[in-house]
Design a protein around this ligand. Sequence first.
Ligand SMILES: Cc1ncc(COP(=O)(O)O)c(C=O)c1O
Length: 368
Amino acid sequence: MNDEIKFLDFTYMNAQVRASMLKQFENVFDSQWYILGDRVKQFEKIYADANEVKHCVGVANGLDALILCLKALDVKAGDEVIVPSNTYIASWLAISYVGATPVPVEPNQNTYNISPEKIKSAITKKTKVIMPVHLYGQACEMDAILKIAEENNLYVLEDNAQAQGSSYNGKLTGSFGHINATSFYPGKNLGAYGDAGAVTTNDDSLSDKVKVLRNYGSQKKYFNEIKGVNSRLDELQAAFLSVKINYLAQWNAERNTIAEGYNEGLSSIKNISIPQLAEGATSNYHLYVIRTEMRDALAEHLKKNAIGSLIHYPVPPHLQEAYRELGYKKGDFPLAENIAETCLSLPIYPGMKKEQLDSIVNCIGEFF
Ligand SMILES: Cc1ncc(COP(=O)(O)O)c(C=O)c1O
């Protein structure tokens, strides 16, 4: 039996930042200022600059970031939002929380990202927003999506939760849309040590709206212009993220090296599809997802050999109990359903060793 290979292991990343994180904790602790202070402002500036956008607004998590983006765009009951059929449910939930309707569109079967061609036929008079999700870390085909949005007078809201540092034709994800959301959930490529998220935009007025919405609808303490929520990034997470962002490029490069190793080792196995990138797209390899008809048996084989794996995601949103009200049934979005039945995410993280990669590849080879 091999030593255990976890699906995700923070040991190497944590060792690199441990001393700085403890220092940041001490600084914030001693500052006696824990919510919406200088550290949040500083991180917002750093994140906006790093993503080449004018504004970043720190919020409590990725789901809230999406909800606040939709609220800032004034999306409400009666509106439709185009969303991938095969995304994480958070993308759909945000739409539902503002009272609008998610309109699922199937992905390109090679990249797993929303198909620009299929977006066109999903547009109706009620459509207000297109929400591309850069799934598993790969950038969507943004040029085509922006063109469709412009031709149909629609907003674009990127769900950039999984793709920090990825790009399309050289431009970073999270900088294309009218307004965009990201998550700093600990397992994300830029992860906090708790929940955290952010909104990015080049639009002054949308940025101002989100700033007011995240803080009870108030700019001036105890004076409320609108009914907002409490969804603020806290000083501690902002301080942590300001340090961690310096490691993002290096850690994404390490993930890319591992992905290349997988591609090389797995491409000759007939029964597996390995991830493919669209022309012009890069991936931060938040996840390395293969597909095989023998998914469950392979996952079991890996488990027996002490290798972690996960399924992203086992049930597509349209078949979730939570979305029964939309009346979808099995067969309505066959690509999303097939991906859910055949996908398997393999371990990938900065610090994963060549020997670990080799033993995973060998274990998969042995299975087939
Ligand atoms: C695609 C996508 N959108 C939104 C979210 C929501 O982020 P959070 O968990 O920070 O609320 C996530 C992550 O969980 C995600 O993967």
